[in-house]
Design a binder for this molecule. Structure first.
Ligand SMILES: [Zn+2]
Length: 256
């Protein structure tokens, strides 16, 4: 059986049998891979602690075909997610991005851009002062890598570079005042949100000086999640968990 050695992000893990875990990994060359990790739950296993969800690892596994269940042989942690798992809002944000990648990428499908976007997001999340705002940027980048970059530089209906009056989920971008009436899947938007999203998509250093309000963060998150749901059919279970964390006051400024 062919053996693959690759860098990977562990998207999730669940119990399979007594001491065995079922893992879902995202790899740059082979997309999503499902593996069993025999004995990983045993205290003596060499893979124990090396298959934690949301960590970046170097994995060796055997697999017959990319979309079949493979077997993990060895794993080495490259970037641990311990500090993300120790913070409820960061954990909720990371979970949502991992579920996004799990649902949007298929087995055997090269996905270097998506992989890189998720790896950068998880790494940046560790020191993020505002995890929810960082998630907005992460989702915008994931959508862009999947070919659904939100259009923010010009109106999606008339093509003119005008201030946004609304955002059309169905058309995938901002709509100006003149074109707003009748725009499909329209939600409220404004030039402030348009500017933030534009800075994020261009990875403009000026973003570091932008302080997003929690209302702006929520509005952008809702817009991007609706975009993913509409165009990629992603109804993410982690969305409710993230929202309950935000509603419980686990924001950047509100943290005790
Ligand atoms: Zn227009």
């Amino acid at each position: 059986m062919p053996i693959v050695k690759t860098e990977a992000i562990i998207l999730n893990s669940s119990d399979y049998r007594e001491s065995t875990l079922l893992l879902t990994l995202l790899t740059p060359e082979h997309g999503r891979v499902r593996l069993i990790a025999r004995g990983a739950k045993r205290a003596t296993s060499r893979n124990r602690g090396r298959v934690e969800p949301l960590s970046r690892v170097e994995a060796q596994y055997s697999i017959r075909k990319p979309d079949e269940l493979g077997t993990l042989r060895e794993s080495r942690v490259l970037d641990s997610a311990d500090c993300v798992r120790g913070d409820l809002l960061k954990y909720a944000a990371a979970q949502l991005a991992a579920e996004f990648a799990d649902r949007a990428v298929h087995g055997g499908e090269e996905c270097r851009g998506v992989y890189q976007a998720l790896a950068s997001f998880l790494s940046a999340l560790k020191d993020a002062a505002d995890p929810a705002a960082r998630l907005v940027q992460g989702l915008a980048e994931l959508l862009a890598e999947l070919g659904f970059e939100p259009v923010v530089e010009h109106c999606v209906r008339c093509g003119e570079a005008r201030p946004a009056e609304s955002f059309s989920v169905a058309l995938g971008g901002v709509v100006c005042r003149e074109c707003s009436v009748g725009a499909p899947g329209r939600r409220p938007f404004n030039p402030g949100l348009q500017r933030i999203l534009s800075l994020m998509l261009r990875r403009d250093p000026a973003l570091a000086r932008v302080k997003m309000s929690s209302a702006q963060t929520r509005q952008l998150l809702l817009t991007l999640l609706d975009l993913a749901q509409h165009h990629l059919d992603l109804q993410l279970r982690s969305r409710d968990f993230l929202w309950s964390m935000l509603n419980a006051g686990y924001g950047a400024s509100e943290r005790i």
